[in-house]
Design a protein around this ligand. Sequence first.
Ligand SMILES: Cc1ncc(COP(=O)(O)O)c(C=O)c1O
Length: 417
Amino acid sequence: MGADDDTIPGHGFSTRAIRAASRVPAVDQTPTAVPIYQSATFSTEDADELTEVTAGRVPGFVYSRLGNPTTAALADAYAELAGGEAGATFATGMAAVHATLASLTGAGDRIVVTSALYGSTRTLLDGLFTRFGVRTTFVDIRDHDAVAAALSAEPAALLYAETISNPTIVIADHAALADLAHRHGARYVVDNTFASPYVCRPLELGADVVVESATKFIGGHSDVMGGVVAGDRATLAAIHKTHVDTGGTLAPLAAFLILRGLQTLAIRMDRHSATALALATWLESRPEVAAVAYPSLASHPQRMLAQRQLGSGGGMLAFDLAGGRHAGPRFIDALRVPERTASLGSVHTVVVHPPTTSHRQLDEAGLAAAGIGPGLLRCSVGLEDADDLIDDFGRALDAIRPTPATPALTAPAASIG
Ligand SMILES: Cc1ncc(COP(=O)(O)O)c(C=O)c1O
């Protein structure tokens, strides 16, 4: 709305207030930060332009579910950093995963999926997608013969994997898996949340679509939720259409915060990785710890792949306490530095017990099939001082030794990240 065309003498207070308070200042200079276009709607010159922009025949913005300048800036920035032709943004990582899978499959299709999979993605596939006629076949993606067998058993629309799996730190060999998928006429879709585009760029290794929860390392501060997707232009147009139809729209303020996170992603990931390696190495030396999984540890069975494919080990590690299921929550309660909360990829270190949080929907057999031991702890290593974390973890390990019998745990009601 222009500043000089909206004052009509004789209008009442409300009309004048709405016009006065909607006047957008003209700014000749380019702002250094992407502005937060906190507007659901954008005005057009005339009805024709409204029709053309709404139909996507003319570039522009009309309604923020269809497009918004701040979220578009994030989509473009993510696509560029991920190595895609185009990008899309969503209200959460799960909205991004849902829209991606819903855009690329239909009733009767089959998805071959890594069995080392984030709990909510598994729930989405087992529940909603099954209900709408999309079947899934779970497979150990480290076993490429098994993947080939699963892909060739009957037609598959997609092969789906996580770069570094939540929570078991299994690494997907993107070049090999993309090749296998393509040879069997399937597309290869990757959840890159644990790595971030700084640590791994699956599209450069042959993946067709990459999806991430921007709530995690990209946002980086536990203060925003979002999801991002990148890939080729035609696929992203289909995903955008699903987004417009289903409406998991990212808010402009959230896009602004995620853009701010992207700017410091590299230095944060370097620090997350250095501290995680120090902590993982130290944990391996402790007798209370039965096993540690971290991509750049010499003991990780896929270390050579990690070296080839990941820029660094990243901020996520997992470890098994010798004390089993009861030791995990007791260890978490004994910690003083980490937050006792959910999620990952933040400045704060967060330790969770997947069997009672992110993967609580799985029974014992399901947990075992997913490679999750009863005493497994997942640690998102934050940006605190490494020595403080090591001291704190040492104190907590001392505090839980020896392990007395404790009552059986009941899982909480919600599935969380
Ligand atoms: C690997 C992975 N993918 C997707 C998601 C979903 O992200 P969001 O919680 O932003 O919906 C998570 C959340 O923890 C995750 O760990």
